[in-house]
Design a protein around this ligand. Sequence first.
Ligand code: NAD
Length: 493
Amino acid sequence: MEIKKNYINGKWVESETGRTLDILNPATGEVIGVVTHSSAVDAERAIQAAKTAFYQTREWRDMDAQTRADILLKIADLMEARADELARTDTLDNGKPLRESEGDISDAIHCYRYYAGLVGAPEGSTYQVNQGFGKMHSYEVREPIGVVAQITPWNYPLLMTAWKLAPALAAGNCVVFKPSDLSPLSTVMQFEIFEQAGLPAGTANLVLGSGTEVGVAFSSSMDVDMITFTGSTAVGQDIMKRAACNVKKIGLELGGKSPLVIFADCNLDAAVEWAMIGFLFNQGEVCSAVARMYVENSVKDEFVKKLVAKMEAMTIGNGLENPDIGPVITEKDMNRILGMIETAKSEGAKVLTGGYRYTEGDCAKGYFIKPTLLDCKQGMTPVREEIFGPVGTIVGFDTEAEAIALANDTEYGLAGAVFTENGAKALRVTTELRAGITWVNCCEPTFNQAPWGGYKMSGIGRELGVHGMEEYQETKQINIALEPGAPGWYVNG
Ligand code: NAD
């Protein structure tokens, strides 16, 4: 099998270590790719390439806005031409149903187009000031930050790549990038497309490898000006500590434990369908999964009955066959999720459906879990901790105030959803939710135009939208004295 390489300073190179890493298909356990397994030395080479490209060569940074936008648009066009191959690769690598991968690739393509449109858009403010030194004209300019390091997780391989690279590049930065070592193959294709589209050498550099070697080298580097990371809160905390070495700017998109609040006055059939998407989409391996469900007690039994019936009818299988749900990412994660279900049972939770490894037919070879619903009490482990698998919890409530208190009883704050036909109630509850993204009578959708990110331990900063671009820019204030001559400030000097 061809070894997939790093892309550093416009060249495809193997790690100096000569090591390789097998990439597995979670549906079958088979090896589907081999990538070079980089060290801190490789990471440093990439950082120096980006540093030279940003501070010395300056080709990307100084390129006129239209040409830079044209290259981003060309990247999108080339992705579109390889869309089927990209989607298939993400399904093989991650396990998700093919139609979900196709949706991801479409979103990733539009992410480049969206940020191409923001290159050179009007930005900043101007002020006329006169505060003791005569009239001045003050204006802001936005500049790229410099060398940006980016690290992504495995659950949305190409989409997370696009969410990070498109705005950082649109803003004129040079990037060093590390995808997850579990699902890096579509990111390698993304960099092939960068080369084809004419992105100048050193502008975007790819380093394939582990978090503990490459990731730590990025966060500890004195030559990295900013680091943006999507992944677990524990790793985010480690990055934050290391980033302090040179006071790097940081952007963190971390874990979640998001609530779904269902009031008795909602359209219950619609709520059931949205709930399925909310906690089972992408096998439940979604940072914003609303897997912590709170249901008004008067409709709880009915909601559970309808939800369980639908969950039990779901097809499970290899993502290439487009089932309702695919495998979880690794054997280790499967065992962790099953362990969480056992913990829940030992704490008194009742398994309403699922709760076991699914091994029918060919599924015996992969890492499949039967979609699971647990009847819980607030405070139980599966209600507190991120599960990141096809497992939801149900807790009942009686009043709006109780629902809000339960929903906010978490250290995370990524997302939250509320189902009710009462508009004022929806407004009150979403206003009270301490979360960065909230949904009314729906859950899960994200948009390239709208900012994405969390409160509390779910992160710092926002991705997507105009905010997402601004995260990758410094703001400089330029003040110009409009009155000629000396200010005449010191009486005796
Ligand atoms: P993870 O934190 O284990 O790994 C994420 C990335 O960090 C990988 O590329 C990994 O190699 C790297 N890494 C690991 N240790 C590192 C270190 N010490 N320094 C630097 N990099 C390191 O997370 P994961 O298992 O890949 O993804 C699941 C997590 O990601 C979940 O907690 C999920 O909620 C979160 N997530 C959040 C969002 C969001 O937008 N908020 C989106 C997707 C996933």
